[in-house]
Design a protein around this ligand. Structure first.
Ligand SMILES: [Zn+2]
Ligand SMILES: [Zn+2]
Length: 508
């Protein structure tokens, strides 16, 4: 079956010209199964008739390279080939199952529904005794504990919430290990919580030891504990949740900490969300039967993911659900906010419950994009003047919604972003620039889909989830010190000690 696929690849490559790398260098069976195993290529659908095109292979390589932090060539270059054979964790990098809903939020697993968690070390490895494994596990768990307000205790019999086992080869969970090298461990999210270490590795406990054959147990254990607590892989290379083996591991990265906070420290938001009515209601607001709790409810910028933000008339507008905050500068809130955005942008239909993205045109008018293809235009005093659709911007019909729109100060063009690609619109010429859409991956180190993009004091910033990046227009990539946490840097939210250290780090 694989042989057949490879032949298809060669055939397709001959008739298309832009895939020369794949043509010269088709991926091996082993490399194909790597791409599928970690979620970069969809699993074959049914029978062998399904073949990967050079385009889909090149795209898969590009995604794998992007996740690993390599140049996104889409080709099987030497660095990429090396990656296929690097020691790593066996858990998927990307959830590629077609049923997984596309979400702008992070792909996070579920958290434990309790704060005290037990663990049990069932055995040691042939090279690392059980009591040493127990010691190292304790240290590893303590690294994660404060960031989820968790506590851990060891049990010596029965079943712990997290069970640590050394096993080799096929060990009955459908994810067989592969002998020495490559996959060294994997772990399951709550409520399963098992951590399996490949017993065919030579496990060691001295990260200074520079033996290629020896795998440092602690470095791998800290990563696998992350999975057992519900964390997914991260493409941030310095983070513990980066999928490829890195040694030594001494502390968690901000990326790991933010992930934990999102999993474990947002009860307040979850409580509120679970008591809310459905987000979209066609009932006019003033007749909506609201409980007292709902009426008093106001989201907290420090606790929630805002929907979008934008600079309008020189101030920062932050949108979350039906609320808007206005800041005159970083961390300087205007008095009297939040307000309902319906009270600020007058004339917006009352059923509108969320602002998808918003930007200011060159003439000072404001465009609000809603869910779907509709938008509303407001004059400079925030009064609705007309309704339109994405067709007015020459956005193709198949695009159901934009994620972010912003006007660049670099070239005075309007960028219209849909998840992984973007168009460039020339407001003065009244038309789309040629050669678009382009891939978001062209903007190196910028995450996508982005929740917002703004120009602030001459710099371009991208926002996603709880983090933001500053973009270098000349280098066409994000500045290396980013991302930083949005709430602490922009919204004057209280920091934890870890965040303080990170923010005051001799950064930009
Ligand atoms: Zn992993
Ligand atoms: Zn296993």
């Amino acid at each position: 079956m694989y042989l057949k696929c490879v032949l298809c690849v060669i055939y397709f490559s001959v008739v298309t010209s832009r895939t020369i790398y794949v043509e010269l260098n088709p991926p091996s069976t082993e490399q194909l199964s790597f791409l599928k195993k970690y979620g970069y290529l969809p699993e074959e659908q049914g029978d062998a008739d399904f073949a990967y095109t050079p385009q889909s292979l090149s795209e898969a390589l590009r995604k794998m390279q992007a996740f690993a932090g390599l140049p996104e060539t889409g080709a099987l270059d030497d660095d990429t080939k090396k990656l296929f054979r690097t020691k790593r964790c066996g858990v998927k990098d990307i959830d590629s199952s077609p049923s997984s809903p596309r979400s702008k939020r992070y792909i996070l697993q579920q958290a434990w529904d309790k704060k005290h968690i037990t663990y049990r070390v069932v055995n040691g490895s042939s090279t690392l005794g059980k009591s040493r494994v127990e010691q190292l596990m304790e240290v590893g768990l303590e690294m994660w504990a404060p960031h989820g307000a968790l506590s851990f205790s060891r049990v010596d019999s029965g079943r712990g919430d997290i069970q640590v086992t050394f096993v080799g080869g096929d060990h009955g969970d459908g994810f067989p290990f592969d002998g020495p090298g490559r996959v060294v461990a994997h772990a399951f999210p709550p409520p399963h919580g098992a951590m399996h270490f490949d017993d065919d590795e030579l496990w060691g406990d001295n990260p200074e030891e520079d033996e290629e054959d020896v795998t440092d147990f602690f470095a791998v254990a800290v990563h696998e504990i992350g999975h057992a607590l519900g964390m997914s892989h991260s493409n941030v290379k310095a983070s513990v949740m980066y999928p490829y083996y890195q040694v030594p591991v001494e502390r968690l990265h901000m990326d790991d900490i933010l992930g934990m906070q999102e999993l474990y420290l947002k009860d307040q938001e979850e409580l509120v969300e679970s008591t809310e009515s459905p987000a979209v209601s066609l009932v006019p607001r003033f007749t909506k039967a609201a409980s007292e709790e709902e009426e008093n409810y106001m989201p907290d910028l420090c606790m929630t993911n805002y929907d979008t933000l934008q600079v309008i008339h020189g101030k920062i507008f932050v949108f979350e659900e039906e609320w808007v905050w206005v800041l005159r500068d970083r961390n300087e809130m205007e008095d009297g906010y939040p307000q309902r955005f319906h009270d600020v942008f007058r004339g917006l239909p009352s059923h509108v419950s969320i602002i998808k993205t918003i930007y200011e045109k060159q003439n000072g008018n404001i465009i609000i994009f809603l869910l779907g293809r509709a938008y509303w235009e407001f004059d400079t005093s925030f009064r609705a003047i007309k309704e339109g659709t994405l067709s007015d911007y020459s956005i193709p019909e198949e695009v159901s919604e934009l994620t972010t729109v912003f006007l660049s100060n670099y070239n005075n063009k309007t960028y219209l972003i849909e998840d992984e690609r973007y168009w460039r619109y020339d407001e003065r010429a009244g038309g789309m620039d040629r050669g678009f859409p382009k891939e978001m991956s062209m903007w190196r180190l910028v995450p996508y889909p982005v929740d917002a993009a703004i120009i602030w004091q001459g710099d371009t910033y991208f926002f996603q989830g709880p983090r933001f990046w500053r973009f270098d227009n000349e280098l066409v990539q994000a500045h290396e010190y980013y991302p930083l946490p949005t709430a602490q840097v922009w919204f004057h939210c209280q920091s934890t000690a870890d965040m303080d250290r990170y923010i005051t780090n001799d950064g930009p």
